[in-house]
Design a protein around this ligand. Structure first.
Ligand code: NAI
Length: 390
């Protein structure tokens, strides 16, 4: 398992919970993090997981920490739980030690992951490992005490996953569901996964629609930091819905022009919320109400950074720095290839990329100076529909 952040803590806890006999190798290539993690996990005999009101104690002695990629790859199941910007680095470190017998989970894959794998040569070849990208992280979670305990605020009802090669997900989805303690729904392709990435809509969409005018505001105390998801009002919901409609238009165009292509998991955001959260949503009468009444979203605030006399919105948090280059920019690239106009997505990218000092779009075209740091298909030399589908 590679990663030392919130999601990695949740995954270690889950593996210890669901598999009595498993040993987990925590592969931490960042030296300082590895040292801190080793000190923390060896200082106690348990690794604690809090899920709502339930507590579980795993045997921390079953976790071994390593910085050696070859040793890490002695495990046949590899799980990578790092932000998308680190995927390439981690995959490059381990790719020499991976063979057909390995299954590599990437949680979550975000968008354009398929192009990254293909660019890494043998990883994307048939006869290589089975690489499985997840549509989202199964949990909303935070590290409680580093290397020692994690808080899982909510688990999705199910999680989508696509594999490379495409068909291998079908043979392994039931085992994955058991190991991760959540039903895994197979997607037909990584293209479907890229377009069905809802983080690309939710995070930049809410940042733009709800917080464009509040970026300079100082919130004097933690209690005054605005709520993120449950703060979605009718205006923000309309922006999110329009972005989602534009993604759906890409699906429709692709399916209409290429009868062999099916992208059924690319659905409207309201449908995804319903499928992912189900009964956790109290009122489904509108998209805004679905955000406001989702118990999995309660209490989560806009990301902030400390400022003189309080807190200020952190525009450099993952919601833009990950979900633009590894999300919306990819969908924009796919839309451009398909000739689908995306006015709302363009507006969101144009404004929010400026906040983080990046330029992806110029005059509505994906030709900005920072496109090379995205996973848009164009960056990998894919410029037509045949290339996308291949
Ligand atoms: P995090 O910020 O807690 O984890 C960062 C970790 O990534 C670091 O601790 C390090 O172990 C690893 N890392 C970063 N750069 C690296 C590099 N160059 N080489 C090797 N390792 C590196 O992030 P978190 O919360 O665990 O999220 C992981 C992914 O899950 C992100 O894509 C995030 O957007 C997504 N996600 C997280 C949710 C949550 O509740 N935590 C919910 C939904 C999605």
């Amino acid at each position: 398992m590679c990663g030392g952040g919130n999601g990695a803590h949740a995954l270690i806890g889950t593996f210890l919970m669901t598999n009595d006999r498993w040993k987990v190798r925590a592969y931490l290539p960042l030296k300082d993090e590895r040292r801190r993690f080793k000190d923390a996990i060896t200082s106690r005999s348990t690794f604690d997981v809090q899920i709502g009101n339930d507590a579980f104690q795993g045997d921390a002695r079953r976790v071994r920490v390593t910085g050696d990629a070859e040793e890490a790859c002695r495990a046949r199941l590899i799980a990578i739980v790092v932000p998308a910007f680190a995927h390439r680095a981690v995959l490059s470190q381990i790719s020499d030690f991976l063979g057909h017998e390995h299954v590599v989970l990437v949680l979550p894959a975000r968008s354009g992951f398929e192009y990254e794998i293909r660019a890494l040569g043998r990883l994307g070849e048939r006869g290589g490992p089975c690489v499985i990208g997840f549509q989202t992280l199964p949990w909303a979670c935070r590290t409680n005490r580093f290397g020692q305990s994690v808080m899982i605020y909510g688990a999705k009802r199910r999680v989508g996953a696509a594999s490379f090669p495409n068909e291998r997900i079908l043979g392994i989805k039931d085992q994955l569901s058991r190991w991760l303690n959540i039903p895994v729904v197979p997607y037909g392709s990584m293209l479907e996964l890229s377009l069905a990435n809802t983080g690309q809509l939710i995070h930049p969409g809410i940042m733009y629609a709800s917080f464009a005018d509040r970026r300079d505001e100082v919130f004097p105390s933690r209690e005054e930091i605005p709520l993120f998801y449950t703060g979605v009002d009718e205006h923000a919901a309309a922006v999110l819905s329009a972005m989602s409609d534009e993604i759906l238009a890409i699906r429709m165009a692709m399916e209409a022009s290429h009868p062999g292509v099916h992208l059924p998991k690319v659905v409207h955001l309201s449908r995804w919320l319903h499928d992912a959260y189900g009964d956790a949503i109290e009122d489904s009468s509108s998209l805004a109400r679905m955000f406001q009444t989702n118990s999995g979203y309660q209490g989560l605030t806009v990301p902030v950074t400390e400022a003189p006399r309080g807190y200020r919105i952190d525009v450099h948090a993952r919601y833009l720095t990950e979900d633009l280059p590894f999300g919306l920019a990819v969908s924009k690239g796919i839309a451009s290839i398909m000739g689908i106009p995306t006015p709302t997505i363009d507006e969101v990218i144009t404004h929010t990329s400026r906040w983080i000092g990046k330029e992806y779009l110029v005059g509505g075209k994906l030709t900005g100076r920072d496109v090379d740091a995205t996973r848009a298909p164009q960056r990998f030399g894919i410029g037509d529909v045949t290339g996308l589908i291949a």
